[in-house]
Every structure is written in C-alpha cells, then in structure tokens.
Design a protein around this ligand. Sequence first.
Ligand code: GDP
Length: 597
Amino acid sequence: MNSEIGPQEKIIRIAGSITVDELAGALGLSVTALIGELFKNGIVATINQRLDFETAQIMIDELGLKNVRLERKNTAAKLTDENRRELSKDAVVRPPVVAVMGHVDHGKTTLLDNLLKKKTVDTEAGGITQHISAYQMEYDDRKITFLDTPGHEAFAAIRQHGAMLTDIVVIVVAADDGVKPQTIEAIKFAQGANAKIIVAINKIDREGADVERTKAGLAEHGLMPEAWGGDIIMLPVSAKTGEGLDKLLESILLVADIEELKADVEIPAEGLVIESHMETGKGSVVNLLVTGGELKVGEFVVAGSSYGKIRTMVDFQGKPKGKAGPSAPVTVTGFKDLPNFGDKFLEYADEKSARKAALLNAQGIASEAASANVTSTDLLRMMNVVDNSKVFNVIIKGDVLGSVTSVVDSLKMIDTKGEVTLNIVATGVGDVTENDVYMAAGDNTVIYGFNVSVPTNIAKLAARDGVEVRNYRIIYELLDDARSSMEDLLDEEIVETELGHMEVMGVFRITKTELIAGGKVKDGRAEVGSLVRVKRKEEELGEAKVQSLEKEHIEAKELIENEIGGLAMQTEKKINLEKGDILEFFRRETRKRKLGE
Ligand code: GDP
C-alpha cells in the first residue's frame, strides 16, 4: 500500500487488501473514526483487520470522500502493462499479438481459419488440437500471433490480471448485419485493453452487404473510419472468398510498425499462461505466450505456485521447438502441477530457486486470499443490500479454460429475476484442490467440478469440512443441479385457501391464549386445525387456530353451512371477541417455487 497526495486528488494503491490502520492513515482519519464508521455498517473491526479493495471503496463512498481514488496495485507475480513498457535500449521488434473478436456468426472463425490456411508457416502438420488458444502465421516474412477468443469471460480474466497482451483487436462485423451487442462489447474490450482497433467488414460477397451503412453504425459507437476523417482502419473483406485478406494482414503489420512493438530478448524468459490442462501420459500441458526473453527446452520456469523444467515445447501445429522468443505461443510440458490461466511465468536459473519462488508465490497467494477477512460481499450483506440467505456461492473447476468459461457463462444466464444472487467465488482449471475446499468451507459454497476428478483425500477433506463437491461430466446436468439449488433458496410461496365464515352468537371464555365461543356457519365450513381471522365489520382483530369443534355437545371434525356449534380456538394475543363478530376460516400452506414463477 502506498499513497500520494496530489493537488485535489488523493490516490491510494492497494495490493489485494489493506489493514484498518493503513487505510485510516492513508485517509488521514483516526483509527477510531474509521472503526466507528465500519461499525455503523455492521462490521466489528480491529485495527489490524484487513479489508478487501471493494470494502475499502465502499467505506470511502460512505464517508463521502470524493477526492480519494482507490487503485489496485498489481502484485509482483502478475504481468502488468507497466513492465511491458520498461524496455531496454536493446529491445527488438516483436510480432504483434492480435485478437479477432465480434458478434456471433459474423465470421470470426472463418476469418481466422482462412488467414491461417492462407499463410501458415507450415501447413502440412495441420492437426490443430481443440485446446490450442493461440496461433502464429507469417506474412511478408513477418510473424503475426493470433489469440483465439474462447469467450469474453477469458478477456475479462486477462484484463483482471493486468496483462494487456493484446496489441491489436480485429473487430469482425458482418456487412449484412451491422453492429450488434457483441460488436459493441468487442469495441469496449479493445478500448479497455488499450489495444489498437482494425475493423474487418466481412461478408461483402453477400447480397445485402452494405459497407457504408456498417461504417455508419460503427461511427455511432465512436469508431470513425479513416475515409471519414477518423483514425480507424476499416476494411471490406470476405472471409469466404478471401477478398481483402491480404490488405487486412498488411494493415495489421502497418499498425504494428506504428506502435513500434518491441521486447527484450536478453532477459530471462517471461510471459503468460494462456491455457492449461492435464493430459494422460503427459501431465500438465500448458500454453504459454512468451512476452520477453527466449524460452528454451530444459529451462526452469515458475508460474504462480507451480514450477517445472520445460520437458517438451511445440508450436501451435505440434512442431517441436527448441526455443521461443517474444510473441510466440507455445505448448509446453514439464510443470509439476497446473498453473492458472493468466499467471505470469518467469524463467529461473535452477530448480532450487524455481521451487523456492513457487513456494513463496503459493504462500503469497494463500495469504492474499486469507488476509482479506472482510470482503465486499460480506459488507453488502451486512448492509442488507444482498440477503445472505439468497446468495448461491460456487467455485467452478473445469478440465480446460473453455469448459470453465461455458459453465460460468451458462450459470450467469440462469434467470432468477434478481431473487437469488449467484456468487462465483473462484474458478479454475484442473482437479478440485485442498485450497478450493478451504475457500469453500464455512460459507456454504458448493464446488462444481466439470470433467475433473476429485482426489480421495480432497473428497475426505471436503466431507470433514462440510463442503459439497458436485462433479459432473454433462453440462446440462450441472446446470439443472445449480438451478434447483437456487430454487431451494427462493422464498416459499404462501397460499391461502378460504374455507367459510361463521357469525359469533355467544362468547364463553377469553384468555390471552384461548377463545371459546359459539356461532352459526354462514357459508362454507369450519374445520378443526384451520386458521381463523377474527373480523368486526372490515376491521381485523387477530388470528386464531381452531382447536376443537362441537355440534350439539358432541365433538365434531367440521361444521357446515347453517350448522350451529361451539368452538375452542388458540390465540397468540388476547382478542376481545363479541357477539356479531365474523370468524373467517382458512388454510395457509407454503409451496416451493420454481425459478421464473
Ligand atoms: P463466428 O461465429 O463469428 O465465428 O462466425 P463463423 O465464422 O462461424 O461464420 C458464421 C457463418 O457465416 C458461417 O456459415 C460462415 O460460412 C459464414 N461466413 C463467414 N464469413 C463469410 C463471408 O465472408 N461470406 C459469406 N458469404 N459467408 C461467410
């Protein structure tokens, strides 16, 4: 944590969490004042208690401190935008990293396929496997790296990790369909990631394609085409016929030149984990994007809490590679366990230092997670913004990133009409781990596994800690389970059925808890066990429950229309029943509800 005071604005940078003491100091408040403010919001905090980023932000808002701005400080283990810019004078030109994004069916896959087919360095190897998430091609003797965009979730994750690894976003818009919601999302993503935008106006071979109208639609969302005096390159293309694809590649290289994309190669290799999964016989298979230095087979690397010696390294077509430089996507084996998507990796000199670094990272990650003992969800719950009993906490584990993404996306699509909040506590690739169980314990969190395994010791640990681990191989079954768990959290519906009315003819006994009276059933019936609303004209005097009924001094189960009888009722407070009052008999039942009812 550190703070700076500007002329009007104060910036407080928080890495993970901040103690009450530190926050008070940074805000220039006394610790007691801050503790008092937290207390007002239902949090009993001590001076050393750690608050997470969101909680600190909410407290600052609550205190009305408009001139204070909180910023997340990236922890050292993560690749930041900043350290990409800290280049030495020896830095060399590197290939651009390009993401192709756009609305569904606008032609992203076709475009990427055709670009790769057209110019891939070596087409014979082929065999692009399902899990590969980055490709590299050569055009004009220069390399271009393409990142596959499995879902926007993944980009959110990349952004979250502070790694602005996309240099250029090619936004694909179908000329016969125009700007659509995911086009706008892609624009926002590119802007948020500080990436340069090139628009490919696709499907120009189609009847109904209208390039100018598409440009107008883009201009409405802030992308002004060069032809209209703006600075966005917009190219008419057909992913199908191949028209305009050369121009697109030339433009990518042109933008790369203008941006002067560079990287150091004389430094220890570093980069980012962009996909990881387990494969039988191979162990962990990890896709890396090198961002600096040169990664070689036999080197030691650390990513988050896992480390290993690079055993094999292949390019996206499965061709073995001895080394990989900046912007190269490679698939490696040798990590001892699965690093997480978005983790930065770094080369280490030897096994000993790699192991030590991984251990320190593991402790750092654990203490960062454990140290924020007040989270924003806790705070919002305490402030009664979110009803605790209506939050469904889940941890999602999947075999590959793509499956985690689809589970997360599909879960988010379950419409609870705002009645139940889905709280995704954590997601990850790989088997359910001890850490998942620790995270889930005590907070009613369900761990969903999708195509993963739950080692026996972990299952035992979960059982001991009362954590539910639900493992599925079919996504629809997982979603059904989640839906019904959320339905369980819905308030039950109360259904009342009216039975009949009686007019009171005489009152025999009134105590705090009992009423004995006689009367005549005007309509419907009176039943033992039914509830009673006592009414005097329109006024409701109270509620009671029928204990017993009698007809001509003989105990009865019910009295029907026009019958005269006596009844004993149980009450919760004293009701001054009088002759002429009306007893309304009814049943009250609760019923489970389904989502969407
Ligand atoms: P994605 O969902 O954005 O990846 O879109 P796809 O690449 O799967 O394309 C959706 C459909 O549009 C497919 O049937 C493609 O064959 C078709 N398509 C893509 N590009 C073109 C194009 O330039 N011209 C025509 N006529 N069809 C295209």
